[in-house]
Design a protein around this ligand. Structure first.
Ligand SMILES: NC(=O)C1=CN([C@@H]2O[C@H](COP(=O)(O)OP(=O)(O)OC[C@H]3O[C@@H](n4cnc5c(N)ncnc54)[C@H](OP(=O)(O)O)[C@@H]3O)[C@@H](O)[C@H]2O)C=CC1
Ligand SMILES: O=C(CO)COP(=O)(O)O
Length: 336
């Protein structure tokens, strides 16, 4: 059945999901703050900021009027980065007058409470009684490939598998495979922390340390990610599926990933402070590293990758420290 879907944010991922959903015959309206991007989508059926002259589905509507964008919505997709979630939700609640299903796309964690984004979103909606269901979409899905209708596998995750199944049907098509799942904590932590590991992989590749080293870093990385996730009762199966392994492999190996690319640049320029100050793209892994580092301290988890990445990204230590330390296993440290 045709759904009324609103996408908040006219960024790369919001736009490619709008394309998937419009291809599936749903009514899609995008809300954006950049007039030029909104006009590009509404009038020229493209989003040149992210996808050059690629034409997107001409039925996608776009507006800078949030109230109009929310008027008929049944499914609200949050397509903004983690740091914008809270203010955006507050704006939405002030204008919304009926219940909605919320699907989050942001890959991050909550800094203040060292907690999950699902908890943050549900808490923000709690007083309003406007949240019907919360779900999130995770998996290896570089936006430009999805926009070009290249085969992609993702997971639709909520607390209730039945709800995930219903939502997955709305998104699924011949190029966009959507697997329903019910482990929000596991998928959220995997989705957020793979971005940090991708920065680490980029650093190693920028220093031309080798393929063995990259594979080893990814392996130790997934162990550190899962050690944190276990404390949230995450399921190992989440880490063996698109949200975990799939997205980690993609983001930690593809030059199309902004996290991986930032890591590479940090290594090549060898001046983390300057590289980070000059970098303007959305790179969720920087803040995720700070949160993971603090989680590890709080939860008493040993972590060479998050610790050394934190030193590089926040104390501007030289990237070589990651190379020197990431293979210092727990066993070795016990024998020190
Ligand atoms: N790109 C990808 O391949 C994928 C991204 N994701 C995740 O999706 C999330 C969004 O990423 P992505 O789309 O790539 O990011 P982009 O930087 O491409 O887009 C983010 C969009 O959100 C807009 N925005 C920011 N703040 C607000 C606000 N307060 N109100 C309305 N719009 C706002 C930005 O506008 P402005 O430019 O004006 O700031 C921009 O248009 C991230 O968490 C990312 O990790 C998930 C899967 C794949
Ligand atoms: O999450 C992504 C792909 O699944 C996008 O990764 P980047 O944010 O590193 O570009």
């Amino acid at each position: 059945m045709k759904k009324q879907i609103t996408i908040i944010g006219t960024g790369a991922y919001g736009t490619c999901l709008a394309n998937v959903l419009a291809d599936n015959g749903h009514d899609v309206v995008m809300y954006g703050i950049m007039e030029q991007q909104v006009d590009d989508i509404q009038i020229r059926h493209q989003n040149a900021t992210f996808f050059g002259d690629l034409k997107i589905n001409k039925n996608i509507k776009a507006t800078t009027d949030l109230s109009a964008a929310l008027a008929k919505t049944e499914i609200l997709i949050l397509g903004v980065p983690t740091k914008a979630l809270k203010p955006v939700i507050q704006q939405i609640i002030a204008l919304l007058n009926h219940k909605v299903i919320v699907v989050n796309t942001a890959k991050g964690l909550e800094e203040e409470s060292l907690g999950l984004l699902s908890t943050l979103v549900k808490k923000e909606f709690a007083q309003s009684n406007l949240l019907e269901t919360y779900a999130a979409i995770y998996g290896p899905s570089i936006a430009s490939e999805v926009a070009n209708r290249k085969p992609t596998g993702v997971m639709m995750v909520s607390d209730d598998l039945k709800v995930s199944r219903e939502l997955a049907k709305i998104f699924r098509n011949e190029y966009f495979a959507v697997e329903p799942w019910d482990d929000l904590a596991g998928c959220e932590i995997a989705a957020a922390l793979k971005n940090s590991i991708a920065i680490g992989a980029g650093i190693l590749d920028g220093m031309e340390i080798g393929d063995n080293a990259r594979a080893s870093l990814i392996t130790v990385g997934v162990q550190e990610m899962y050690a944190i996730a276990k404390t949230f009762n995450a399921k190992i199966e989440s880490f063996l599926n698109f949200a975990g392994l799939g997205d980690l492999i993609l983001t930690a190996t593809s030059p199309k990933s902004r996290n991986y690319s930032l890591g590479k640049l940090i290594a090549v320029e060898n001046n983390p402070k300057q590289t980070l100050e000059n970098h303007k793209l959305t790179v969720e892994g920087v803040n995720a590293t700070k949160i993971a580092y603090n989680m590890c301290i709080e939860l008493n988890i040993s972590s060479e990758i998050f610790k050394n990445l934190y030193e590089i990204l926040f104390n501007y230590k030289r990237p070589i420290i990651l190379v020197n330390n990431f293979l210092r296993t727990k066993e070795e440290k016990t024998n020190d």
